[in-house]
Design a protein around this ligand. Sequence first.
Ligand code: NA7
Length: 545
Amino acid sequence: MTESTHRDAIVIGAGFAGMYMLIKLRQMGLNALGLESGPSVGGTWYWNRYPGARCDVESLFYCYSFDEELQQNWDWRERYPQRDEILAYANHVADKYQLRDVILFNHDVSHAAFSEDENCWKVKAGGKSFTARYLISAVGCLSAPNTPKIPGLEDFRGPIYHTADWPEDGVDFTGLRVGQIGTGSSGIQAAPIIAEQAEQLVVFQRTPNFSIPAHNKLLSEEEKQQVRFQYEELREAARHTPDGILYDPTDKSAFDLTPAEQKIELDRRWDKGGFAFIAAFTDMLTDEQANEIAAEYVRDHIRQRVKDPEVAEQLCPTDHPIGTKRICLDTDYYETFNRDNVQLVDLKKDKIETINATGVQVSSGQWDLDALVLATGFDAMTGALNKIDIQGIDGTTLRDAWKDGPETYLGLTVHGFPNFFIITGPGSPSVLTNMIVAIEQHVEWISDFIRFSDERGINRFDVKRNAQHEWTEHVQKVASETLYPSAASWYLGSNIPGRPRIFMPYAGGLGVYRRYCADVARSGYDGFKLRYAQDEKQGVQVHAV
Ligand code: NA7
């Protein structure tokens, strides 16, 4: 790494988004620097080391498509990749592209301010200062852990582990009484494994989630070869689907089918496992009655899987339509509650009053515990960005600009923050998709924009306020035509007290969204105010209005 502190671009974060962005910038001949708070690559997969951590997108597609040699030669083991395997893959990519040469690890970005006079971003990280023409956020959507303010949490004498910041050497729960708070994807993956090891596992559930069997398994050589043989076509098709995932689409509404046919369709998808279940009917996420058919089907399965009928009912979600919170995929989650050493505490009926030195006090009494697991999720989509003091024109911070909810143009740029890009930001499909497909599209769009600017001598861009406003309204309108906003989900920031309730991801589908982005590029970046280096010399103002 060179000593110079000025770069063409600074990329914050070295997860899958940051790594691909750095690869692209280098291929374009630009001098880019990655700043990463952790000691290695992998982003959220570096920190999420909890037992059972696994991606809910299938291995053969939860990987980059831009490098044919890489996708042909990386050998995924299981249908769904374990965290360790994903991290090994991220490290392999970092080695292959010598990314460690352009990343400063253990450099947490604390501050970034745009200097109008110098037309560059001034960035502080790890006690050092850097400048760059472009600032690119690759901080991730699910990377700022949410630790709820439960009264007395700090009084607990035993260890407290957050699933999103798990000790590197793992945790041995043998012989311990463990309390787990949270039953989202992380909690649903962790509980069966913790239960096998611990003397006792007490699961504190505020809201039950819908979970579908993952039917995880080792991949056969034949399955891998079949995909590798058709990778190009499969990848291209996935890019234009609503969520970047290829799964057995249907053209049938629930009401085109008889009850018997509905069951056949749901059975078929249930037996297959995974997200395909949610695509059983075209109106699954737009019609309450259609949704309820699938929701009740899952509840019936929960009732079959859990022996104690009262516990089964407590595990049945009834407060949100299925799929309006990201569906969980499990391996024996519900069966875990048939074990003698596992208890479920329904916090809706039995509230946490306080955590004390020896355990958790709920309305009905005290649970004495040796260790606590917080599977309480993330300050999603805006949390990691809002931790950084990002100052745009006139010193306005991104936090202030977003105090009533995030506003972006295409989820990629923010008015008043020139030469700043966000990969998979709020207002883009991001968390409603296979993130890697969304990341590749964003990185390629950003690269094209930078190339376009460089070829024409454009040295500053800012998105116009009205373009941003129209896009943000469109994002809200599209969401309001679905059932998504009816769930108190982290898509709306509902899990963080005081957060404005704005539906953050773009629900119009990745394929549709790609077309919007491509049209903007084709129009010569309509919606942006562009400043040419030549105009700057003549003192032309560039504030976008
Ligand atoms: P999630 O899905 O946000 O789940 C967090 C869980 O923690 C959820 O059950 C919450 O209940 C619960 N929670 C949060 N705060 C509290 C308090 N104060 N008391 C009790 N329970 C609480 O996070 P995950 O890490 O599981 O998964 C995040 C995403 O990662 C997932 O969607 C996949 O895309 C991968 P709530 O539902 O809010 O009532």
